[in-house]
Write a new protein. Structure first.
Length: 133
């Protein structure tokens, strides 16, 4: 496992969120997996981002509010958002996904449309991963 920094930025429903995380990255043939913890008003959420090649990314969040999403250009993923109040159907359609690695920095950009309980929104996230020095 490599010790890395994850610079995370998202825009969901017009609201921007930025955060820096200390993380671990497991590198295997054809894939990289990031592991980091998020702490907010909802408690601790464990996040796992798996990058397979340059065209497929999964995000698994486990905590009080949990979900799993897949991102691939032109791909629609249907899943569930698990909350203390029950399951909520969620759908994500990937409009654009890019994965690049330059000078030891891994960059993931995703633009997608999501539907949560029938409410649609345009979203994006950007992740920049850099090894700790």
């Amino acid at each position: 496992m490599l010790s890395v920094k994850v610079f995370f930025r998202s825009v969901a429903g017009g609201v921007e969120y930025k955060k820096l995380y200390k993380a671990s990255m497991k590198v295997e043939e054809g894939s990289k997996t990031l592991y980091y913890d998020e702490v907010d008003d909802n408690g601790l959420t464990k996040t796992e981002v798996c990058i397979v090649g340059n065209d497929f990314v999964t995000v698994r969040r486990t905590g009080q509010f949990s979900n799993f999403l897949e991102f691939k250009n032109g791909h629609s993923y249907v899943g569930e958002y698990l909350t203390p109040y029950g399951k909520i159907p969620v759908e994500a359609f990937t409009r654009n996904l890019t994965v690049e690695e330059n000078d030891g920095i891994l960059i993931i950009n995703a633009k997608y449309k999501s539907s949560l309980m029938g409410e649609e929104s345009e979203n994006e996230f950007n992740i920049k991963v850099r090894a700790n020095k």
